[in-house]
Design a protein around this ligand. Structure first.
Ligand code: ZN
Length: 160
């Protein structure tokens, strides 16, 4: 069975940056997604189209097809008094904040001064070239409900 829209794909992957650092990996067949539903980044999804269980492939994904380019305007200083006084704030910490249009976004602390905190609202992998080593474990038809919801159900998917 080939990978195409409305198939559920289970795969193992190792994600590394261009320096060979492992960013993320899934080795136990616990990662599944619904193809054609933008569950995963476009560069990887496109490369998987037409592949089948048992196939192994290496996929290099440029930022534009991954998590986007870094936007320097998403870096900003927020007053220290915006966070509770007893809250510990360290570089590398992530928390949810409200974006300019009221949307929830994850920001990463990139600097701490006495009276202000520098945060970066870019996705941590924005601007990063991604290298996936992928082994396709299983391909199956999605259920009508999964197609309707736009995500995978079952032990490795949504539980609701
Ligand atoms: Zn669902």
């Amino acid at each position: 069975m080939q990978i195409e829209a409305q198939k559920v794909v289970t795969l193992n992957y190792t994600l590394t940056d261009n320096d060979g650092n492992v960013i993320d990996e899934s080795k136990d067949g616990s990662f599944a997604y619904l193809h054609g539903a933008s569950n995963i980044i476009p560069g990887l999804e496109n490369a998987l189209t037409g592949k089948a269980a048992g196939d192994e492939l290496s996929v290099a994904v440029e930022p534009a097809e991954g998590y986007g380019e870094r936007d320097p305007q998403k870096t900003q200083a927020v007053p220290r008094n915006m966070v509770p006084e007893d809250a510990e704030v360290d570089v590398g910490m992530q928390f949810h904040a409200q974006g300019p249009n009221g949307e929830t976004m994850v920001v990463t602390v990139i600097g701490v001064q006495d009276d202000s905190i520098m945060v970066d609202g870019n996705h941590p992998l924005a601007g990063v070239a991604l290298n996936f080593a992928v082994e396709i474990m299983d391909v199956r038809d999605a259920s009508a409900e999964e197609i309707d919801h736009g995500h995978v159900h079952g032990p490795h998917g949504h539980d609701h």
